[in-house]
Design a protein around this ligand. Sequence first.
Ligand SMILES: [Zn+2]
Length: 186
Amino acid sequence: MAFIQIIEDEHLNRLAELVTTLDMYMLPNGNQWYVGTVPAWCRNCARFVLAEDFESPDEMERKVRSLYEWSEKQISQIRGSREETLSRSRELLERELETVRQWRMVMAARYSAPRCLECGGTDYEPLKGDGWLAHPAVEGQRVRARINAHASMATLGRFFDTEGRQIADKFESSESSKEEGNGDIV
Ligand SMILES: [Zn+2]
């Protein structure tokens, strides 16, 4: 899931490499959800950073439901007994919809403006789109943000509260750490 966004100038010098999708929000019910990000120039940090970019709960719900419909269609083509697979799929849908409900609550209650994920400040300029943009701090220079490559999942992520404040030190982000209860790791 993680990837690197490169900020480069017109001579293709790399001004920054930003690793995205490793940071998680702690939701009110204890679940976690990915921090949506946008590359930005933070005036307080005086460098390129990732800033919060809120995901719309409606869009999130639409994605969850369309993924479920797709998987139900796949399951319906399986021959033989598929009751168990269907009920597992529905369970998964319920769990995802619960996360969407949590996120909807968080967005409705959120009072802080989106923040720079490095300093927590709100004085930044997002780099929207993938074309060339004027460098927010260097006159005459143009920059662009470009997705480069998948990053190693060994990179460290962080936890944030639902107001965008960092609440825990870096943790090791890996897909396996989110699975619980059904492995035989001691
Ligand atoms: Zn900052």
